[in-house]
Ligand binder design. Structure first.
Ligand SMILES: Cc1cc2nc3c(=O)[nH]c(=O)nc-3n(C[C@H](O)[C@H](O)[C@H](O)COP(=O)(O)O)c2cc1C
Ligand SMILES: [Fe+2]
Ligand SMILES: [Fe+2]
Length: 387
């Protein structure tokens, strides 16, 4: 697939994997993108997931025919992009792996490869003919060895996972259709929230480092190639990595064993609906917390419901709140609610986690004994506070 005279797409769509990293649901699939720069010398930038060996090789052969690959650029060692490094080294034995010093021991550790590796330094340039490749380290976006590759002649940034998103391409290789950003936006927020969300500061550092480049094409390792909607994508990543809410609205996330906390969650949702305050309702026992984490990155307000369970927060809710804590999410408004039967505790503990995160506490938590009765808790007042 031709992106320009010199740049080709060689990636694959994955509709089979149910969960990325064995934990994040993929209702719309995912793509593993790789690219060829074809000049006097030929560079392959990244590979694909282990399950796609045959298809990936066929894609490369379709572009190259009998020509050989001179350089395999390794931007990132997570196996969704590096699993086929051994395969490429076997099929193209004359290839030189081009990467940075931090990736070298990982290449040995995963693949046992120690020779034909060229270690490049920050900013170094690799001539290919009329084009060249330049390398910039973006540590902890989202592994320590991560770098991006810049082709100045093509004004193209091979950005690795940065600016990536869930969702297979289904032919949407580029954003030539004007609605592509809107179509993929939710899955971009969810990818960021789930995978990269902990690394706001490294992402900000990367954005600063790359800010001076005149980028006309972003080729990331997941999702469409951005040519027309670059400003939207960069602005979204910028906001998310500063932990700025993207929209006004409420994420109601709850867990419930016997339906009492759930009833309260539904009551709050109803109150928000009446006030025309945007909200989502996330049942943490019915779906992965992946989706609730996305909504936390999206909205300015988070309201969490959990029953008390062995003096603690109900485990599925605890996992979600730990996910928020691990990502060091800031700048949110917060309230908690939940049912208990004897001593309670979950609402207090959830509120404490929010205080520790520096969230603004909208009001004291709404803790209720046993069944939820309309009017028993002041969701009216809470909904007003969510405006
Ligand atoms: C395994 C288990 C442990 C519980 N531990 C506590 C507890 O430590 N303190 C408390 O007040 N209630 C405890 N409860 C009672 C629940 O909090 C109570 O049933 C609540 O109404 C459940 O809310 P739900 O209907 O939203 O699941 C426990 C219930 C179960 C099933
Ligand atoms: Fe990755
Ligand atoms: Fe990836």
């Amino acid at each position: 697939m031709k992106l320009s005279e010199k740049i080709r797409y060689a990636g694959v769509d994955d509709h089979r994997e149910k969960n990325f990293e064995n934990q994040w649901p993929l209702p719309k699939g995912i793509s593993y993108n790789a690219y060829l720069v074809i000049d006097k010398k030929i560079a392959l930038i990244d590979t694909a997931d282990a399950a796609f060996a045959d298809e990936f090789l066929r894609n490369i052969q379709a572009e190259l025919g009998d020509r050989r690959i001179d350089y395999l650029i390794v931007n990132h060692m997570e196996p969704d992009h590096s699993a086929l490094l051994s395969l490429i080294s076997r099929e193209y034995p004359e290839v030189t792996i081009v990467t940075n010093a931090k990736a070298v021991p990982m290449i040995e550790g995963y693949h046992g490869i120690t020779d034909r590796i060229r270690v490049i330094r920050e900013g170094e340039s690799l001539p290919l003919g009329e084009t060249s490749l330049q390398f910039f380290m973006v540590p902890m976006v989202h592994w320590p060895e991560t770098m991006v590759t810049w082709c100045p002649e093509e004004k193209t940034l091979f950005s690795g996972d940065a600016f990536g998103c869930f969702g297979a391409l289904n032919g949407n290789i580029t954003d030539s259709k004007s609605t592509i950003f809107e179509e993929y936006k939710d899955e971009m927020i969810r990818y960021y929230a789930n995978i990269v969300g902990k690394y706001g500061t490294p992402v900000q550092n990367a954005l600063k480092k790359l800010g001076g480049l005149d980028i006309h094409r972003i080729c990331s390792t997941h999702g469409p190639i951005w040519e027309r909607q670059i400003a939207d994508v960069v602005s979204l990543y910028d906001k998310m990595s500063r932990y700025e809410p993207l929209e006004h609205g409420v994420c109601i996330a709850f867990g419930s064993m016997y339906g009492n906390t759930e009833k309260a969650a539904l009551e709050l949702a109803e109150q928000l609906r009446e006030r025309e305050i945007p909200y989502t309702l996330r049942n943490l026992t019915a779906e992965s917390y992946s989706f609730a984490l996305r909504d936390v990155f999206r909205f300015d307000t988070l309201v969490v419901g959990s029953p008390t369970y062995n003096n603690e927060i109900f485990p599925p809710v605890r996992q979600f709140l730990e996910g928020i804590r691990d990502r060091q999410i800031k700048n949110r408004r917060f309230a908690a609610f939940g049912s208990f039967t004897w001593a309670g505790g979950s609402v207090k503990q959830m509120t404490q986690m929010a205080v520790d995160a520096g969230f603004e506490i909208l009001r004291e938590g709404l803790s209720f004994k046993q069944g939820y009765m309309p009017g028993k808790c002041d969701f009216d007042a809470l909904a007003d506070l969510c405006r």
